[in-house]
Design a protein around this ligand. Sequence first.
Ligand code: HEM
Ligand code: NAG
Ligand code: NAG
Ligand code: NAG
Ligand code: NAG
Ligand code: NAG
Ligand code: NAG
Ligand code: NAG
Length: 323
Amino acid sequence: MKGYCSILVILAILGLVQGDLKLGFYKSSCPKAEKIVQEYVNQHIPNAPSLAAALIRMNFHDCFVRGCDASILLNFTSASGNQTEKVAIPNQTVRGFGFIDAIKSLVEAACPGVVSCADIIALATRDSIVATGGPYWKVPTGRRDGLISNASEALAQIPAPFDNITSLIQKFAIKTLDLKDLVLLSGAHTIGIAHCPSFSNRLYNFTGVGDRDPSLDSEYADNLQSRKCRTPNDNTTKVEMDPGSRKTFDLSYYSLLLKRRGLFESDSALTRNSNTLTYINQLLQGSLQNFFSEFALSMEKMNEIEVKTGTSGEIRRNCAVVN
Ligand code: HEM
Ligand SMILES: *[C@@H]1O[C@H](CO)[C@@H](O)[C@H](O)[C@H]1NC(C)=O
Ligand SMILES: *[C@@H]1O[C@H](CO)[C@@H](O)[C@H](O)[C@H]1NC(C)=O
Ligand SMILES: *[C@@H]1O[C@H](CO)[C@@H](O)[C@H](O)[C@H]1NC(C)=O
Ligand SMILES: *[C@@H]1O[C@H](CO)[C@@H](O)[C@H](O)[C@H]1NC(C)=O
Ligand SMILES: *[C@@H]1O[C@H](CO)[C@@H](O)[C@H](O)[C@H]1NC(C)=O
Ligand SMILES: *[C@@H]1O[C@H](CO)[C@@H](O)[C@H](O)[C@H]1NC(C)=O
Ligand SMILES: CC(=O)N[C@H]1CO[C@H](CO)[C@@H](O)[C@@H]1O
């Protein structure tokens, strides 16, 4: 019993030394940090609610490449030059960099060199989703910022809208996320917008013979083609992923999936695997509160992917460049 206890004590100490994430990590080193983030979000998100969608997507893309380490914010590193994650195709439509930089400046003014950019992404994302009426999840802190950012890794590891269910499951599994997490986190597509190139192959040239994706509802496809993506190479028009409800974090994304109105192939793919389909049906049969609490658990898992803690990485002073 005694030996067992000391093993636990040693494990606990190791945990501290490795500096695992914990709630209120900055409680003594920068007591105002979380408050500064929250106040900035509450002050600005009501005027720019679409940024909540941009931020949660940034949070996802950051965590999927080298862990949640703010590598997505880097403009330049000595190894990659300017070929950082930001310039990779999936990042070309990520927004919200200025918002994170503004929060970082306020936090730096209060406590220089203490709070990581990675934690700011995680906190600002959660607070902005809450500020727009979405779910709340816990954000333990103590992440450190990475030194590497590589465009080709982002291209390989961030799921593409053209991915089939097998690839989606694999790309999530590599990041320790399971099928349930895949269904829940895809539910973030209940808010926000996409650009035509993410899906217009489904309207114009699905298999290379000028055809449509037969799994897309034809009335919806007609609408997209006549009102939104009017030409095959339109790359500027924005389209809501959850039409009529893109500002509300709700279950309608999942209802649309069952109506064959998921916008991306990757959305639609979730209905063609019996396990993911079961989760979709369960979510639709449950309450909004249930979706919120399940979504929160998956976000908490995502925000722990390959985090750097303790002495690895650094606390970046400017989120766009390594110190
Ligand atoms: C399952 C794999 C996923 C794929 C293939 C995917 C793909 C995409 C694509 C292609 C866009 C639109 C980009 C554009 O055309 O502008 C998009 C937007 C978005 N994604 Fe995902 N996504 C996935 C998962 C996620 C996850 C896990 C989250 C967050 C938890 C997320 C949140 C969002 C949000 C909020 C937007 C709208 C962004 C905005 O309004 O600026 N997505 N996603
Ligand atoms: C980083 O790049 C962004 C554009 O992606 C730019 O707005 C910002 O000023 C740059 N920051 C630095 C420090 O170079
Ligand atoms: C970026 O990652 C790719 C794929 O892992 C690798 O081949 C390449 O050498 C990396 N580039 C740099 C500059 O590290
Ligand atoms: C990226 O770096 C290359 C060479 O280092 C330079 O020629 C190019 O202008 C840079 N591109 C941007 C967008 O800064
Ligand atoms: C899914 O996509 C991968 C990668 O593009 C491909 O190798 C695989 O054959 C596809 N699987 C199915 C079932 O279509
Ligand atoms: C469809 O794609 C094929 C193969 O990439 C291409 O040869 C053809 O020109 C495209 N057709 C249209 C109508 O864009
Ligand atoms: C969008 O399309 C225009 C015209 O076809 C082209 O000049 C531009 O480079 C495209 N932009 C992107 C980001 O692909
Ligand atoms: C926000 C951001 O840095 N976007 C970049 C994504 O990549 C394109 C193409 O390389 C750049 O022009 C954007 O500035």
